[in-house]
Write a protein that binds this ligand. Sequence first.
Ligand code: NDP
Length: 327
Amino acid sequence: MYTANEKRYGEMKYNRCGKSGLKLSALSLGMWHNFGSFDDYGNMVKMATAAFDLGITHFDLANNYGPVPGSAEENMGKMLKNEFAPYRDELIISTKAGYTMWDGPYGDHGSRKYLIASLDQSLKRMGLDYVDIFYHHRPDKETPMEETAMALYDIVRSGKALYVGISNYSPEETQKMSGILKSLNTPVLIHQVRYNMLERTPENGLWSVLEQEGIGSIAFCPLAQGLLTNKYLHGIPANSRAAGSSKFLTSDRITPGLVEKVGKLNDIAINRGQTLAQMAVLWNLRDTLTTCLIGASRPEQIIENVNALKNSAFTADELKAIDEILA
Ligand code: NDP
């Protein structure tokens, strides 16, 4: 049985999530890749315990993470039982439903039928009585938002989740969902959205809605799945996501134009005395983001990424130079 590092809360920063009572570690660990059926369980344990030892308290899942769908939750359940049993109250575990999970009309989207059944399945796979955050994973234009909101409200009332979140909602959808859930006294805790130096859409309206509504923010793919690191500067390494079987990062994304820009970003990172991965994490956290949701394929990456917090804030010139490279 693993014993956690006694100094784990010494270095990490904890940010208040919107206007809630909950604080989240500035970095969170996501289990979308490398925690599935075909991955090495020993490596998962090393990554999860390395993260916790560094003060990461928040672990993010979804019903469909794997492959096979559901297997990341099963592996998390194994780790919760074998490694983290004494630490449940020090952990924030999230899961989601909203994408296709099972066959037929009830295993997808945003109906009450789907969300409640899916969370029951997730809890079973993880061996938990409750998750800390349950998300609606993506907006559903066909289900009335009131129905999705009522399902989230009832889930919180039933004690199966402590807080609710939304993901991939537009600013308008976020505003509407926030209003409905506020009227039910179950405010949206957090919004999970793709945000990194290459993907800045949330700056066009979402951040201001979150601020106005008092909702926290968690950025997924902060390293653009590894593109915002130095690993693809000289080709595609064999042990990288782009070389593997993930359909979410294929080698054709790594164009000469992108490599040129990333090379210039890498020069800025070197001048700052950090790696590009570290600079990408710190850039994510430079403003009002609650937490940066990293992924990893090995524990060393988590250690490197958490160490980003030791570096100084950006100068206005550095931020301008980054913007100019990516313009
Ligand atoms: P990142 O952008 O952080 O990419 C992680 C990948 O980058 C790693 O698996 C690794 O890939 C590489 N990497 C990480 N650190 C380093 C480093 N220091 N040096 C070199 N390479 C590094 O995030 P993910 O794309 O993994 O997404 C993170 C989480 O976001 C997911 O696990 C999930 O929880 C959440 N998410 C949510 C979505 C939603 O719709 N709500 C959608 C997508 C993700 P490699 O294999 O190449 O080593």
